[in-house]
Design a binder for this molecule. Sequence first.
Ligand code: CTP
Length: 397
Amino acid sequence: MLANKKIILAVTGSIAAYKAAFIIRYLKKQGALVKVIMTKASSDFVTPITLATLSKEPVITDFVKEGNSGEWNNHVEMGLWADAIIVAPATANTIGKMVVGHADSFLLAVYLSARCPVFVAPAMDLDMYAHPSTQDNLNLLSERNNFIIAPEKGELASGLIGEGRLAEPEHIVAYLEQYFRAQLTLNGKSILITAGPTHEAIDPVRFIGNRSSGKMGVALAEECAKRGANVTLILGPSSLNVSSTYIEVIRVESAADMFAACQANFDQDAVIMAAAVADYTPETVSDKKIKKKENNWSIPLTKTQDILQWMGQNKTKQKLVGFALETNNELENAKGKLKRKNLDLIVLNSLQDKGAGFQTDTNKITIIDKDNKWSNFELKSKQEVAKDILNKLEELL
Ligand code: CTP
């Protein structure tokens, strides 16, 4: 969530300043770019070299660079650079100055110059925190669209126990993550995605399968998660690994397993059926390995449940996206499937297009909507194709 986000951590003079080191570590771990501003008082509690080493950027304290060279630190440039400013720990003094609009430190000048969201994490003794002056100041900052990350209860530097200790660094970073997540286009949406092939068992060692790798469905799941959706991914037998806190992966083998998992997880805002589900399955599965005897061997097959068709018949609020892999008469076949299965969108792959379909890292698609309007897309990586599909789906959500 915080990868490549430009964050300013502004540290003021509280004993909790040492916790800035942990905040930087958590931000860096998530791939954020962090610049640290310190007030002069904060360097009594933690050294600039510690925070510079962790952030991998020089720490800025003053307007003028050291050595009397005439060089200065540009507070306007820095304020406009940031995607977010965190003031942590924020002392009663700095909070008061932010309210009044003082600019007697580099930190305050950056605060006044910035256009990005500002997060303020107070840290002070319990009576200072409870004082009406501090409370009024925090309310004013909040009314002016600053975000206050409330302090936590516990033992304070004074030895007193109460509210006033800086929120835990993990909680501060989680607050920021939540803020950025809430800005995402699919925030609050739940999406079910199926991916990969299915394996239809013949006996304990043999199965009927297909060449799907699962790459397209996994790319869709990852892009949905990046856009803030809660994703359930039902993945057929595939060698791909998926690791994201926002993707719940349910692994299945057969078309029947996939149908059961889809039914159990059907209560979603949208479903994307990217899996290549077997259309037929052996009528019976032998529990022992079948020995070779005759020259010819026929396996009686029976039709599987068409999962998407079932969804089309049972949908309430769900937007349904299907896939159609065709070799001839592509557009007409795909339009037929869209109507027959009561879909909102269908994504057509033609095996006539080089680089499209199974096993490849690329795909070339046409998206058709309910009004039979279609858009053609260039050959792209499956990650880029996932973006095109989700841009269309977002129009419907
Ligand atoms: N699908 C499904 N359940 C099945 C078979 C397919 O949900 N048992 C879904 C696929 O995930 C895909 C869409 O249906 O999103 C199209 O699959 P396809 O097999 O191409 O369509 P069919 O209607 O079965 O047509 P045909 O096999 O004749 O091309």
